[in-house]
Design a protein around this ligand. Structure first.
Ligand code: TCR
Length: 531
């Protein structure tokens, strides 16, 4: 038994507060903000809290349906190392900003983070809790004497953000979707007035995929979509465009949201029997991975897969041995960047920080003990971990900083909020934008709509990159790398950039692709023909 289990028991109360709020808990009016004041002597600084919501777990645990006792909010299961990295990136960005003297020099950022567990109900619960600042989900965000709440960063997939954006919109509360919410439906400012995002709108990705299909002259393609807004809107926009250009759709399948081996078998069957060899997949990695496992088992090769950005660089899909099935894949990745210092922050994770860090540690160390990796610290009796082991030798998605794309959009989202807060704080008296009287807002007690004003108008250079970030009606520039999965000398897949797509360029200049640099997944290593 791992020592951590005992610690987990002791931290039980904390776990309860964060993730398993009892429906019957007595309503109190307190904020569970954590302030990172490390390195600060000046405790007099003003404080603002940023909310974050990430799908750190992959699903909620199924309930036993028992209605004879007090209901409790469902727990979550299936720890996701990739999304945990996004969560840690938010903390990293907040720390970095807190250390800077040029952004918010007089104000410290704190954070409250919720796990949306990839589930709409959890995301809604988190939003209500966030707005109310209470254990119990009652919307009343003005209560409490704590620091003001700034924007919410995140949610989960578009369907989660759509649910949370509807609630936040009611309160004019700003939300910055980062990876979560690329779906074209979210562009409606009428429906989602306070939603902005640092990931491009998927309508560009659908157009880019359509252009790719037309570029290679493919006329016969199959499509597979996740059963959520991301998959449905993405594939719908794609299909409309290719069909208009005369391409025929051989089959359209939908991946099940809840595990369903029969549905997966049916889709495998369709893929095997279809004559179309080009298959476009708009789905998150989590929803797609059961299908990939089955395709591997059936050894379905000689297809060309077109990947949406959610799975194009996912380690959950790119598992050992997938190269026979997925080598040659072409897909779209959002802007990537290096974030200096991030890896150090990821390695520096303290397992006692919060329940998520603790769960991460336990899982990681369990993997160690089970033997595939060498134990980072020797001399510890099997099964026990101390919390002082080193993460540095682990080879884990969490620590992989080679493809920071969505991670980078989380980083940008936090910076966008910080810049908006900075501009709000540094409003010159008598020259402010509000109420037709040139009023300013007060950083210690501003209204959400006042922050929204500044957020809409931010324009800044992202640190250590040459990217200028600003919102155009809530959206950012649509810039994608076209990535090809090429098998390297070790038999592993490398992501090679073979082209780019810039949605804001003139139509004829949007896509540049170097055909010769693509490696295809067929015997002749030629662009496949579609029939
Ligand atoms: N936007 C998708 C969800 C999603 C995702 C991902 C999920 C994106 N990228 C990576 C898991 C991993 C892009 C949505 O629903 O909008």
């Amino acid at each position: 038994m791992c020592l951590m289990e005992i610690i987990r028991f002791l931290l039980g109360l904390c776990v309860f507060f964060y993730f398993h709020r009892s429906v019957s808990a007595e309503a109190t009016c307190k904020l569970k903000a954590k302030f990172n004041l490390s390195g600060y002597k000046n405790v007099e600084k003003k404080k603002v809290v940023i909310g974050g919501m990430f799908p750190v777990h992959k699903r909620i645990a199924s309930s036993d349906g028992n209605t004879s006792r007090v209901p409790v909010s469902s727990g979550c299961e299936g720890f996701n190392f990739r999304t945990f990295r996004w969560t840690q990136t938010m903390l990293f960005a907040i720390n970095e900003i807190n250390k800077r003297n040029d952004i918010l020099p007089n104000t410290d950022l704190g954070y409250v983070i919720y796990d949306s567990c990839f589930t709409i109900s959890k995301a809604v619960e988190g939003t209500l809790t966030y707005l109310s600042g209470q254990d119990e989900a009652v919307p009343n965000y003005r209560c409490g004497t704590g620091a003001p709440l700034a924007a919410l960063v995140g949610a989960g997939g578009s369907d989660l953000s759509i649910a949370t954006a509807r609630i936040l919109g009611l309160y004019h509360f700003p939300q910055v979707g980062c990876y979560s919410s690329s779906c074209s439906a979210l562009e409606s400012k009428f429906q989602f007035p306070t939603f902005l995002r640092t990931i491009p709108n998927d309508k560009h990705q659908s157009t880019a995929m359509a252009q790719l299909v037309l570029h290679f002259g493919w006329t016969w393609v199959g499509t597979i979509a996740a059963d959520d807004d991301y998959g449905k809107y993405g594939i719908k926009d794609f299909k409309e465009q290719v069909e208009e250009a005369g391409v025929c759709i051989s089959f359209s399948e939908t991946l099940p949201k809840v595990s369903s081996p029969e549905d997966i078998q049916r889709i495998v069957q369709t893929v095997v029997e279809a004559t179309a060899k080009i298959i476009v997949v708009f789905s998150s990695d989590v929803d797609l991975s059961p299908l990939i496992v089955e395709l591997l088992r059936h050894n379905v090769t000689n297809r060309t897969w077109i990947a949406s950005e959610a799975w194009v660089t996912s380690a959950l899909i790119n598992q050992p041995d997938v190269s026979s099935v997925l080598g040659g894949t072409l897909g779209f990745g959002v802007k990537r960047a290096n974030i200096p210092g991030l890896q150090h922050h990821l390695l520096d994770l303290d397992p006692y920080d919060d329940p998520l860090a603790e769960e991460f540690w336990e899982l990681q160390m369990a993997e160690e003990v089970n033997g595939t990796l060498s134990r980072p610290v020797r001399g510890i009796p099997e099964g026990l971990c101390t919390g002082r082991e080193s993460l540095a030798q682990l080879n884990n998605t969490y620590l992989d900083v080679s493809q920071l794309r969505i991670t980078y959009s989380v980083y940008k989202a936090v910076y966008a909020v910080a810049h908006a807060l900075h501009n709000l704080e540094h409003c010159e008296a008598g020259k402010g934008p509000f109420n037709g009287k040139k009023e300013c807002a007060d950083i210690t007690k501003f209204e959400p709509w006042q922050l929204m004003y500044y957020l809409k108008n931010v324009h800044f250079k992202v640190p250590n990159t040459d990217e200028e970030l600003y919102f155009d009606n809530g959206d950012v520039e649509a810039f994608y790398d076209i990535i090809n999965w090429q098998i390297n000398s070790n038999g592993e897949i490398s992501y090679i950039t073979v082209g780019r797509y810039n949605g804001s360029a003139a139509p004829e200049d949007r896509m540049t692709i170097v055909n010769d640099s693509i490696v295809w997944n067929n015997e002749v290593l030629q662009p496949p023909r579609s029939v």
